[in-house]
Design a protein around this ligand. Structure first.
Ligand code: MG
Length: 238
């Protein structure tokens, strides 16, 4: 079979002499206007542009998201709980910017902790890792407790960190068996820190990753009790 395919390939190769024979003209990629200076591209869904929290709700009870909005950013209100998008997503490109509190409180996991959960299950850690040690697979831009970031690109508290996250969701068959893995790439302040990283399952605080079957899921931003700020959040689905 392999020999036969090889011979066929050689035969085809021998027959193609016209460069136009290998040009592909359809389909035509649609045009998208790229956002300038980190702004949302024309086909992105804006999830927060500094105005209101209408795209978000309380994870606890579905009521209005009760985080603070001020001066173009939103800020975690300790005790208000996680917030979650109304919309659900599958494969996507996500852009978000975050800033750790300038008032330094705590150390390690207690300093500027938040997080973005992809499809409500897979946390990319948000943490003040500028000058604060914690376990490496729990620092900023880790796939929490699964994958250490390649480097630490965190900027100082009060400055803005940029995450660009490219996510391919896992797939499950009708029996609930995972048939393809999820993958995530994270670019932190322009630097690749997770490179097409395979996701082993849910990012658990205690215990091993789990693999419950799921379809499209929302994004969650975590209330870990620290006043982490967010701005300019947009998403593009594939
Ligand atoms: Mg966290």
């Amino acid at each position: 079979m392999i020999l036969a395919l090889g011979l066929l390939g050689m035969t085809l190769q021998a027959q193609i002499t016209d460069p136009k024979a290998t040009e592909v003209w359809e389909p035509v990629p649609r045009k998208v206007n790229p956002g300038m200076n980190g702004g949302a591209p024309s086909d992105a869904i804006s999830l927060f542009n500094g105005g209101d929290l209408n795209e978000w709700k309380s994870r606890k009870d579905g009521s209005a998201a009760a985080w603070k909005v001020d001066n173009g950013y939103m800020e975690v209100v300790a005790g208000a709980g996680d917030i979650v998008t109304h919309k659900k997503f599958e494969d996507f490109q996500l852009h978000l910017e975050w800033s750790a509190p300038t008032e330094i409180v705590g150390e390690g996991q207690g300093r500027g902790n938040s997080g973005v959960f992809l499809q409500e299950k897979y946390e990319i850690q948000i943490l003040d890792s500028y000058e604060s040690r914690t376990y490496s697979n729990g620092q900023a831009a880790s796939l929490y407790k699964q994958s250490i970031p390649l480097v630490n690109a965190t900027v100082a508290p009060g400055e803005w960190n940029v995450y660009d996250i490219i996510y391919k969701a896992p797939r499950f068959n009708a029996d609930g068996v995972k048939v393809s893995h999820g993958y995530v790439t994270v670019i932190h302040n322009g630097i690749v820190v997770q490179n097409h990283q395979m996701i082993l399952g849910t990012t658990e605080y205690i215990g091993m990753p789990k693999n419950p079957a799921h379809g499209p899921g929302a994004l969650i931003l975590q209330d870990h009790g620290n006043p982490v700020r967010y701005r300019n959040i947009w998403i593009r689905e594939f």
